[in-house]
Design a protein around this ligand. Structure first.
Ligand code: F6P
Length: 361
């Protein structure tokens, strides 16, 4: 059996653990297996840059962050455009697959990478995928690997801010990654005891944010901590068309949304605000135990799909059961936080402000 493997898009903590799960299962159950590890994601597949792997390559990597294969961003929207030398990228990838006589390509990636995987499936390649991203925004799975590890790091950042905030009596903002989804901010915000959580799915009205800060002051609380998603949106911004929003952000004087919010809080509440952006630390370091288990389960499941020739699917998890999700269902869909989800209601019931009207609760 000849298998190609690649990691695509932004990295996360549990990519190696997942590849190990796939490889160990194959080596354990298939007599003759050769794995070709493509370097730097789809780029390696396009240009035939790979390493012939052996079982030793997958030993000792369960706890290692990053990816032993390297990764790169190859945006889906550019996949149908020729490369700098005028070559058709899809044909290049198909060419490598055919030349190496692969039986299947295993792709570990997030949203954009799944669109490309689905395109390769449509082009006739056998593809099996695994859901990677700290954003947890991949459709078809309750959980993506990397997410819980990132929650740990973002929570730790909020925990650290808590002690200094308590000493100084200031307003603090911790800006959390997550792209256009609020999962990471929501979970780290609740776990870290943030007083205000702002996520893209619930556009905030700065008036309610300031009210929540003032309310805490009146209660004698010396500090307020906001967990703000990098993709958080004000009600005004949420009402803009895509074009208007792009235009506004082009001439923006702030480096990120937290700075705009801090500026408004300083103006309206006269409060000193400090901003912490943990940034890419949220994707770094070792995978947490939850992710190691999830990666092992998903990896074993993906190998099972390959052995049964159930191609064209992503291994996911729903209600703690491993499931197989058709790629055409995953590609192009985003899983975002439902503002009416019980977790939001529960968070609101303990007094967490989401920047929306508290009367409507
Ligand atoms: O998708 C993972 C993610 O870390 C997002 O949370 C973030 O918006 C983005 O990638 C950052 O991308 P890059 O590493 O290319 O700066």
């Amino acid at each position: 059996m000849r298998i190609g493997m690649l990691t695509s898009g932004g990295d996360c903590q549990s990519l190696n653990a997942t590849m190990r799960g796939v490889a160990k299962t194959l080596y354990e159950n298939v007599e003759d297996v050769t794995i070709f590890g493509f370097l730097e994601g789809y780029k390696g597949l396009m240009y035939g840059e790979y390493e012939k792997m052996s079982s030793g390559n997958f030993s000792g990597i369960l706890t290692e962050g990053g990816t032993i294969l390297g990764t790169s961003r190859q945006p889906f929207k550019l996949m149908k455009q020729p490369d700098p030398d005028g070559n058709d990228k899809v044909q290049l990838m198909k060419g490598t697959y055919k030349r190496l006589k692969l039986d299947c390509l295993v792709m570990l990636g997030g949203n954009g990478s799944h669109k490309t995987a689905n395109l390769l499936r449509e082009e006739g390649l056998n593809v099996v995928t695994l859901p990677k991203t700290i954003d947890n925004d991949l459709w078809g799975t309750d959980m993506t690997f990397g997410f819980q590890s990132a929650v740990n790091i973002a929570t730790n950042a909020i925990d650290c801010i808590h002690t200094t905030a308590a000493s100084h009596g200031r307003v603090f903002i911790v800006e959390v990654m997550g792209h256009k989804a609020g999962w990471l901010t929501l979970h780290a915000g609740i776990a870290g005891g943030a007083d205000i959580i702002l996520i893209p799915e619930i556009p905030y009205d700065i008036k309610y944010v300031v009210d929540a800060i003032n309310k805490r002051k009146k209660q004698g609380k010396r500090f307020t901590i906001l967990a703000v998603a990098e993709g958080a949106l004000s009600v005004e911004d949420a009402a803009l068309s895509k074009k208007e929003f792009k235009e506004k952000r082009k001439n923006w004087k702030f480096p990120s949304i937290s700075y705009e919010i801090a500026h408004a809080i300083q103006d309206m509440a006269g409060e000193e605000v400090r901003i912490t952006v943990p940034g890419h630390t949220q994707r770094g370091g070792e995978p947490c135990p939850y992710d190691r288990v999830l990666s092992t389960r998903l990896g074993a499941a993906a190998a099972g799909m390959i052995m049964r020739q159930e191609y064209g699917n992503m291994a996911g998890i729903r209600n703690n059961k491993i499931v197989s999700v058709p790629l055409q269902e995953v590609a192009g869909k985003l899983k975002t936080v439902n503002p009416d989800d019980p977790i939001i209601m529960e968070a609101k019931s303990i007094g967490i402000c989401f920047g929306d009207n508290p009367i409507a609760r």
